[in-house]
Ligand binder design. Structure first.
Ligand code: 5AD
Length: 374
């Protein structure tokens, strides 16, 4: 326990090797989870923040190999909600008592900056809810415009901090660009969320340990991490690590980032029955019920089996019952970041230190080019 608390004192203490050793040791599975649970309890009690997630478009110009809605994917029926439809849904979730609306969509040029700004302005004018955007990459100037319009937070996973692996899965960009975009988001004044996929084909335990350290050194306000679920064009072997490693990853992230908002992500239910419940009971303090209208929800398949995990007890109208059953309760208010001082200055340093392993492309250079074709 002392060792974990020492790690929790600051991510400076933890190196990828420390984390690797902890991950590799099955005898530490339970103590790590207990430590994370105690920390979560101390900071958040039994309160869970609910964020309603609305998947407004499954049209995407990117070709991320692992993603079910990547450009060119066969057999995907594409949809794009109308701006007005999105605004109406936002009203509904506010009426239901949600403090945050999360807008998620593919990188769809027809639901680009202009449309996002329209939605943000309207929702912010009419309701007190916080808005989180999970909309892929924009330029810093574009992020500033959306921030000005009133959006509060942005989520952008870096997916993997190995530059070669990143390039293998993302034919349209590089890790350096991704990291550079993350820093733009923070500079534009957003509460910033990031994270990665656990067990991406080609990843090993050292990559996982490095992702955990990289995330923690960035000092994110929110962290979004989930298992890779076979989809798209890549291999379908699962799991790549012992199943406990996946849960231990989330526990370690809580220990290294005690104050971060940490959601129990949807993919954990596709990975293991009851996966999200376990995370809510232990390390996680956020849940994101899917509020996408049914007719679209079944089309937003980032991976197979995704739509069914939101049925029954996880339906957004049933959330209070589900939380109560777990001995938890809904937190009130928007659930903004608990971090006073934001930003991990060490991120570029970490990449430099690891340049031999991750390749020179992992060092961010300059501003990202605009990839938004309008
Ligand atoms: N399995 C799990 N998560 C996935 N995502 C995309 N494809 C998959 C998959 N096959 C995740 C990515 C992205 C988020 C919106 O969805 O990490 O950042």
């Amino acid at each position: 326990m002392a060792r974990f608390l020492q790690i929790a004192e600051g991510s400076r203490v933890a190196t990828a090797r420390d984390i690797l050793r902890i991950l590799e040791e099955p005898a530490l599975d339970a103590p790590v989870e207990e430590c994370a649970t105690a920390l979560k309890q101390e900071l958040f009690g039994n309160e869970i923040h609910l964020r309603g997630i609305l998947e407004f478009s499954n049209i995407c110009t990117r070709r991320c190999a692992y993603c079910g809605i990547r450009a060119g994917a066969k057999g995907v029926q594409r949809y794009r909600m109308a701006v007005q439809e999105v605004i109406e849904r936002a009203r509904l979730i506010q009426e239901l008592g949600y403090g945050t609306l999360v807008l998620q969509g593919g990188e769809d040029p027809q639901f680009g900056l202009e449309e996002i700004v329209q939605v943000v302005r309207a929702v912010k004018q009419e309701t007190p809810i916080a808005i989180t955007l999970s909309i892929g990459e924009f330029t810093e100037e574009e992020y500033r415009i959306v921030r000005q319009a009133g959006a509060d937070r942005v989520l952008l996973r870096f997916e993997t901090c190995s530059a070669p692996l990143y390039s293998r899965h993302h034919p349209d960009s590089s890790l350096a660009e991704r990291i550079s975009v993350l820093h733009s988001i923070r500079r534009a004044g957003f509460q910033t969320g990031t994270g990665f996929l656990i067990g991406l084909p080609g990843a090993d335990l050292m990559e996982l340990a490095s992702n955990i350290v990289f995330t923690s050194r960035f000092q994110p306000d929110m962290i979004g991490v989930g298992p890779y679920i076979p989809a798209g064009e890549v291999e379908t072997t699962l799991p790549r690590f012992r199943p406990e490693i996946y849960f231990k990853t989330i526990s370690l992230l809580r220990i290294l980032n005690p104050k971060a908002h940490l959601p129990a992500t949807t993919a954990f239910d596709s990975f293991a029955p009851g996966g999200r419940e376990r995370l809510l009971r232990t390390s996680c303090n956020v849940f994101m019920p899917n509020i996408t209208p049914k007719k679209y929800r079944d089309l937003y398949h980032l991976y197979p089996q995704k739509s069914c995990v939101d049925a029954q007890c996880w339906h957004f109208t049933k959330m209070d019952d589900t939380l109560q059953r777990l001995g938890l309760k809904r937190a009130t208010g928007p659930g903004h970041s608990l971090l006073e001082k934001r930003g991990g200055p060490e991120t570029p340093l970490f990449l430099q230190e690891n340049a031999t392993r991750f390749g020179p492309n992992s060092i961010p250079q300059g501003e990202p080019p605009s990839r938004r074709v309008k």
